[in-house]
Design a protein around this ligand. Sequence first.
Ligand code: IPE
Ligand code: IPE
Ligand code: MG
Ligand code: MG
Length: 302
Amino acid sequence: MITRPSEDAFAQRLDHYRHRVDTKLADVLRIDDAVPERLLEAMRYSVLGGGKRVRPLLVYASGGACGVGEDELDAIAAAVELIHAYSLVHDDLPAMDDDDLRRGRPTTHKQFDEATAILVGDALQALAFEVIATDRHLAENPQSQVKISAWLARASGPAGMVGGQALDMAAEGQRLDERALERIHRGKTGALIRASIMMPSELGALDAAQRSNLDTFARDIGLVFQIRDDLLEVEQDTATLGKNAGSDATNDKSTYPSTLGLEGAKRRAAETHQRAVAALQNLGDRSRDLLWLSEFILNRSH
Ligand code: IPE
Ligand code: IPE
Ligand code: MG
Ligand code: MG
């Protein structure tokens, strides 16, 4: 059995991790004469001052489970958030979901303009890999550094997030069965969440069975995250979400609630969460932050 820290201890640790990644992100997005001013302003707008930072939190929590020091995790945590922020900027574009609200503020193309939003995404993606490639802690172990880059590239690319987004766009206006929907969700959202959890394992000392269990957890919790996202779009209000509730319906997307019904989608999220948590058991007490985060992901309100 994994022992539970108190709510307070957990909340404090999350604040500490959020502060770490926010410091790192502010540093990589600092004023730089080589970067055009307006582009940098739009990049900073898109990344800083908003967002739950779930993927970086998973990086630190997984690092804890794998016995990896926090200094080695900052670059990975920042890089995955840069990729995530890029994916949101592009996801909101008129050619994609055409949304005007994100993280409680106008979307990047509304605040700036469409061309700038496209370029912000491009820039954040490249910057993420620069952060991994130039980190002095990761450079101490070049083999792991390359494997970490490969995880991030695979998860964000055509077999991961971008692939999922392509399927999501192609499916607008169609009624999908659960199998097809699961494929989209595992790609557009699950892949980056899986990578957030698996990248730290490249720096740690898990045995093969533990690694395989961590991967089972990582895959399933990514799916839970997106099922919950679908449910929130139906059940939560725009002010709490900080993005437009009902956007899926407007764009005629298939979602877990539209395919399985509200209760069916909730059941599927709970079952998938249970399966994920069962896989954590052989990692012992070190995985307690992952366990807590998984519950946050299942029950989150925004
Ligand atoms: C929203 O992600 C988009 C999805 C991939 C479902 P988050 O809910 O993590 O968004 P932020 O980062 O907190 O804004
Ligand atoms: C977002 O999925 C997935 C990515 C950005 C890769 P959605 O389009 O379902 O998420 P929201 O509702 O806009 O955050
Ligand atoms: Mg979308
Ligand atoms: Mg969207």
